[in-house]
Structures are given as C-alpha cells and as structure tokens.
Design a protein around this ligand. Structure first.
Ligand code: SF4
Ligand code: SF4
Length: 367
C-alpha cells in the first residue's frame, strides 16, 4: 500500500510563499490527529554546525511550532550531541551553536532541548529485535516525547549517499554511543601519547574495562569491553572514534535505529523534507558548498521511508546545477551515487524492512 507524500514545488509567488506552502502541507498531515492536547512534541531538526549555513532555517521551525501549539501540543526544538569533536559535542556547546544559528527560543517560539543530555549519556535502550541490535540507544527526550515532527534538509552525504528523514531519525536521534555502534563494531583503544590520565573514561565505563597503567594513563581490556563507546564520548582526545564501517552494514544498522526512534510513537510522527539548496554534504560540516541540483520543493508525509524515496526520485529528475563538478562517478544515473559513489538506498530499504514505512508512495501535489 503506497503512502501519501504531499508535495509543494519550489516556485513562489503572491500568496504562495514558503510559509504558506508549509502551512498547507501541515494541514494535509493533520496535526490534530497526531497530537493530543498537552502532548509533548519533539520537533527534531538539525540546527547545523557552527559555520554551516545549509540547515533548515529557524523561521521554518517556527511554522511547525505554531502548528503544534494550535493543535494543543507542547513543542520543543531538539537535536542530539555529536560523536565527533565539533561545536555540538556536549549540551552547552550544542545549545550555544543552536542559538548562534538562530534557534533562540524567542525566534522559534519554543525551548531548545539537547535530547541526550549534558554529555550524551541520557538515553533509553529501546528494544528493536533487529539483525544487528537487540536494543538501540535513543536520546531520552525524543523517546519520552509523546509525538515527533521531523524537519529534514535533503542533501548528499559522504557516508550514506543521501541524508533525509531516515538519516535524521537514525543517526540524528541516537546518543553518541549509538552513533558509534552504527559506525563501527571496532572496540576503542587509548592513545597513550595523548592520554592526560584524567580518569573520566574509568568513571563512565559500565564494564569496568578500563584501568590505569603504572604511569596512571588509561588502558582498555578488550576482553571486558562491550563496545558501548561511553569512553569515546567523555575522553578529551586520547580515545579516538572508530569511523571505519562497511557503508552497506552501517546503513542496515541505521534502519534499526530509525525503528527505535519511532517506538511508542506509532501514528504520532510526521516528516517534512526540504529538497532545496541541495548541497553535496551534510550540515554537520562547518561549511556549506553550493548546491549540486536545482531546488525541488517541500515534501511532507507520515511515512519517513516514503518521504525520502520521493525526495530522492524528484531530485534525480531535477537538473544539475553548474556547481555539480566534483562527481566521483559521473556516469551513474542516480545523482547521489554520481556525487559520492555511495548508494543511499540501503538505509531507506533497511528502515522499510524494519517496519518504518513503505518505499511505494503516491505523490499528491499541493498548490
Ligand atoms: S567502549 Fe564502553 S565498555 Fe569499552 S572501554 Fe569504553 S566505556 Fe568501557
Ligand atoms: S578519558 Fe581519555 S585522557 Fe582521560 S584517562 Fe581516559 S583515555 Fe586518558
């Protein structure tokens, strides 16, 4: 059974500006059915790394906030801490980055919540019974919210080909330890040269796998280590993130995390994909390259799989821009594949296989 994907194209004119189009799409999503009075509603965004300008604007988030309030809900704008060392690795940095990028409560009309707490330890083990994970580590403020509206910028992605709604609810709703689990199964090691013997890793290790060497520096016993990555998150620089992962394997894992983010919110989620300013890379970078495809428009659905599938297909039908010159596989028919030589489809298929939605969709144009 195909899922409805509502679509407003990128053209604007008198009475048809972007805000009006968003409002029409939200009407189609029927927030009154999703949100009950006094429901807490996570509005999951990516507020961008400091220096990035490609993220979807706070003024767009405000449109969603106002609609959630009108439906009787209590909205909050949210994102999670990152695994890599940047401007969003802990809650204070993350909040200041959000505010610096315009997501001040006075602008968006709602509080900002870092969903997995100060250092990313605030998560819930959500059972998923997947092929790779029995449970996944979902940021607690997202898990406990009664409903969720996901705003995603559709763009290219170095590791997964394309980033849209499924990426936003898999990597984007996971605590850093979960992000590490998706990226790699390799157990971490300490670089003794860089270790300052602060002891933070020992305090957080749930498996008592870390001890001090004679020189007080940390060492990890891989026989005891359960690969949770808690030490990676707190270490100031001696325990490095393991990024190596088979791209297809990581995408399968993302499908299981996507499922976990939706648990408890069946029929309580909606997804808005912005297929405009379609940049080659994600908004985690501290720069924003010029778009490689022309603007398509806004897509909205109750189904994260269908909205991504439709977004990718429409972007593939759109013309290239003059900036699409750094193609790794220029002959590929799929634009994302041409861009990074990474197929985006496995993570969308994995989310579908986990019951998150359908790759079959019915496109309903909203004018
Ligand atoms: S990955 Fe987890 S279990 Fe392994 S050493 Fe680090 S904190 Fe301990
Ligand atoms: S947290 Fe990092 S720097 Fe501190 S003791 Fe552990 S390995 Fe060394």
């Amino acid at each position: 059974m195909p899922s409805d994907v509502f679509f407003a194209d990128a053209r604007e004119s008198f009475g048809k500006n972007q805000y009006k189009k968003i409002q029409k799409l939200i009407k189609k999503l029927d927030f009154e059915e999703i949100i009950k009075p006094r429901d807490t509603v996570a509005i999951k965004v990516h507020w961008g790394e400091r220096g990035n300008t490609g993220y979807i604007s706070p003024q767009v988030a405000r449109q969603v906030v106002d609609a959630v309030k009108a439906a009787g809900g209590k909205p909050f704008i949210t994102d999670t801490n990152t695994l890599y060392r940047g401007t969003r690795r802990n809650a204070p940095d993350n909040i200041m980055t959000a505010i610096g990028n315009g997501f001040a409560p006075s602008v968006v009309g709602a509080p900002i919540v870092v969903a997995d707490g100060l250092y990313g330890h605030d998560y819930v083990e959500v059972p998923v019974a997947g092929k790779h994970f029995k449970s996944v580590k979902i940021a607690s403020s997202i898990h406990y919210a009664k409903a969720m509206i996901v705003i995603s910028h559709v763009k290219g992605h170095l590791a997964v080909g394309m980033g849209g709604a499924v990426k936003n609810i898999s990597m984007g709703c996971a605590a850093p330890a979960g992000k590490q689990k998706m990226h790699s199964d390799v157990k971490p090691t300490v670089d003794a040269e860089k270790c300052i013997a602060c002891g933070m890793c020992m305090k957080v290790c749930p498996a008592a796998a870390i001890s001090r060497r004679k020189d007080k520096k940390a060492q990890i016993d891989h026989k005891k280590c359960i690969g949770c990555a808690e030490c990676v998150v707190v270490c100031p620089g001696a325990i490095e993130v393991e990024w190596e992962s088979d791209a297809a394997l990581m995408q399968e894992k993302m499908g299981e995390y996507a499922r976990g983010a939706l648990v408890g919110k069946e029929n309580k989620c909606a997804f808005l994909n912005f297929a405009s300013n379609i940049t080659p890379d994600c908004d985690c970078l501290d720069w924003t390259d010029a778009p490689f495809a022309t603007d398509v428009g806004i897509l909205a659905s109750r189904d994260p799989v269908a909205v991504d599938q439709a977004s990718a297909e429409l972007i593939n039908q759109a013309p290239w821009t003059p900036y699409a010159h750094k193609l790794k596989k220029p002959d590929a028919a799929d634009k994302f594949m041409a861009l990074h030589d990474v197929d985006w489809q496995p993570h969308v298929a994995a989310a579908a296989a986990m019951g998150c939605g359908s790759r079959k969709f019915k496109l309903v144009t909203v004018t």
